[in-house]
Design a protein around this ligand. Structure first.
Ligand code: ZN
Length: 317
């Protein structure tokens, strides 16, 4: 065989087998595991309920071992987790879940469990689920081409992420936008609901799903689209978006999570936002500025595969 032909064959064999990426979208209620060569296109995926850490991780590890036996060794893993969690790779506790009411999870180290089952030196990027979601929406979704991207998820809790010129905002721990103080709009509706054990009036305590259910007596998805609950919810979400506008100055704020899918809610938030912002900022049109995620249910797992790619590129651990 000529040297040239051998090189062509070698190159085609390399290009047909790019590194296999693995990812976990580690939610508080469900775990999603996937593998793929291209973050945008997972080739195998499994979803199952989050239980205690041992059972949950062993189901995840069984999936990765099975896929690896079919497709070859896993080159890197990305994990987008519920929080709070230790996401600083220089910390000895990197990979641990912090204070949480979820039984058995507090102090559990997800990265250690993965590495001891798969490979001790496996590159793993461990970050928050919202950080994973903002990465994928900026690369492939609603925020494609935007430099400064904020993403808020409103579901059983509230979390937010900020992508600044391609770089995720981290800190000593990670942003906890769910616990920013928020005005009490309840009183105007004759209500008094704040579902947070730590704060008198915070974003998550007032506006996440459990607060809506406690305030009106039934879960949000059972409330009619025209219920006054959504005027109040819009006031809280708008206040959160005003705070992010003032602090992060994004090009776009994406509102994801179960609660924000309520029909008509986003338009109420846009109107409320304009009222609360008082014309102070010069912003893009509201229907562009406050937007929905385009990747929908796939944002977390695609973003987690992107975290795996980043771990591989930067040579973690
Ligand atoms: Zn709070």
């Amino acid at each position: 065989m000529s040297e040239k032909k051998a090189t062509v064959l070698l190159m085609s064999s390399i290009s047909s087998h790019p590194p296999l990426l693995a990812a976990i979208e580690a939610g508080g209620t469900k775990y999603v595991c996937a593998v793929g060569y291209d973050p945008e296109k997972p080739i195998a995926e499994v979803r199952f309920p989050t239980r205690n850490p041992e059972d949950t991780l062993s189901e995840a590890i069984a999936f990765f071992k099975a896929r690896s036996s079919e497709l070859g060794p896993i080159a890197a893993m990305g994990i987008g987790t519920f929080g709070p969690a230790v996401i600083d790779p220089t910390s000895p506790e990197y990979g641990s879940i912090l204070t949480t009411p979820k039984a058995g999870w507090e102090g559990f180290n997800v990265v250690s469990a993965i590495r001891s089952a798969l490979r001790a030196d496996l590159p793993v990027s461990f970050d928050t689920d919202v950080n994973a979601a903002v990465l994928s929406e900026a690369a492939y979704g609603s925020a494609k081409g935007k430099r400064y991207v904020a993403y808020i998820t409103i579901g059983t809790g509230i979390g937010a992420a900020y992508l600044h010129d391609g770089k995720l905002l981290h800190g000593r721990q990670h942003p906890e936008v769910g616990h920013i103080p928020i005005p009490d709009f309840d009183t105007a509706f004759g209500k008094d609901t704040n579902r947070c054990d730590f704060h008198d009036s915070c974003f998550e305590g007032r506006a996440a799903g459990p607060a809506i259910e406690e305030r009106w007596g039934i879960p949000g998805h059972e409330l009619s689209d025209s219920h006054e609950a959504w005027d109040l919810e819009a006031a809280y979400l708008a206040a959160g978006c005003v705070t992010l506008t003032a602090t992060w100055s994004p090009n776009i704020i994406i509102l994801g999570g179960g609660v924000s899918q309520k029909p008509g809610l986003l338009n109420k938030v846009r109107k409320e936002f304009e009222k609360q912002a008082g014309g102070y900022w010069s912003l893009p049109p509201m229907e562009e500025y406050l937007n929905t995620p385009q990747l929908d249910q796939d944002a977390g797992i695609i973003g987690s595969l992107m975290l795996a790619q980043q771990a591989l590129d930067c040579g973690q651990p």
